[in-house]
Design a protein around this ligand. Structure first.
Ligand SMILES: [Zn+2]
Ligand SMILES: [Zn+2]
Length: 271
């Protein structure tokens, strides 16, 4: 089995449904190698959705002590999922340096300053424009921020897209993807393969739900070897969802390892 590097609990992520104990019990049952908890931290979140999108970090580390005790030797890694905005890079870089996180995911949940989950007007422009601009934002994020390990769900934008064929493809914006990959690779960061995105595409009934072949081919061709499997679970029923199938798929491109992080240091387990 695998290490799942992207998960949320109800203690610190307002949109999650599982407790840390439920998470740990489910991981043990699945005989996973380990799990990372990566709670949402959205500094200056631009929308009022009635719930705070940040949490008290010392309190989180305090809670982690009892979770680790409960886990009784099962590896539970202390992570965070940072929500990117251009003006937050310096703040995040400094904030992360103050705490002993195992893993830091950097994600972009906004498109042109709005969360497409809540604001469907993000999709008013045509698909090619929206996807190109989103990947350009991802490239800028990977370039400007420094203190992170994994770039979360590059395909977040297609999760809620109303287009008939919403899967994001390399051919839609090759220059933006090249710029994005070049930042990840030159900074020795890791590209997340988010299986919640795969699941969302599958639930829309798309036969084409795995990450685009050309995206993976190009990342590998440019020298990208670090990839990480994250289920982005908010409930225990989706832990490691589609991991086996996606791992086989990734191997067919030449990838050999699933990256996970302990004390901000990369480790690899065979795919
Ligand atoms: Zn996310
Ligand atoms: Zn997440």
């Amino acid at each position: 089995m695998f290490t799942d590097t992207h998960n949320h609990t109800s203690h610190f992520s307002s949109d999650a449904r599982m407790t840390a104990k439920e998470l740990i019990d489910a991981c043990k049952k699945l005989q996973m190698n380990g799990v990372a908890v990566t709670e949402h931290y959205e500094g200056d979140y631009p929308h009022d959705i009635g719930e705070v999108q940040i949490f008290d970090i010392p309190e989180y580390f305090e809670a982690f002590k009892s979770w680790r005790e409960y886990a009784d030797g099962f590896p539970v890694y202390c992570g965070i999922e940072l929500g990117y905005q251009k003006h937050l890079c310096g703040f995040y870089d400094d904030m992360i340096a103050k705490y002993p996180f195992d893993e830091v995911i950097l994600s972009n949940h906004l498109y042109a300053g709005k969360d497409p989950y809540f604001f469907r007007e993000c999709y008013e422009e045509d698909m090619l424009t929206v996807y190109r601009k989103y990947i350009e934002e991802m490239a800028e994020m990977a370039e400007k921020c420094n203190n992170y390990d994994i770039v979360g769900h590059y395909d977040y934008i297609n999760r809620y897209a109303p287009y008939e064929q919403p899967q994001i493809k390399y051919a839609q914006c090759p220059e933006a993807f090249d710029r994005f990959f070049s930042a990840i690779i030159s900074k020795d960061k890791c590209l997340e393969i988010n299986t919640r995105s795969v699941d969302k595409m599958r639930k829309k009934g798309l036969s084409d739900s795995l990450p685009d072949k050309e995206i993976l081919t190009r990342y590998y061709e440019m020298g990208g070897r670090n990839i990480s499997l994250g289920s982005d679970s908010h409930g225990s029923e989706t832990l490691c969802i589609h991991f086996k199938e996606v791992a086989e798929y990734l191997k067919s491109f030449g990838f050999t390892e699933n990256s996970y992080y302990v004390g901000r240091k990369r480790f690899g387990e065979p795919l």
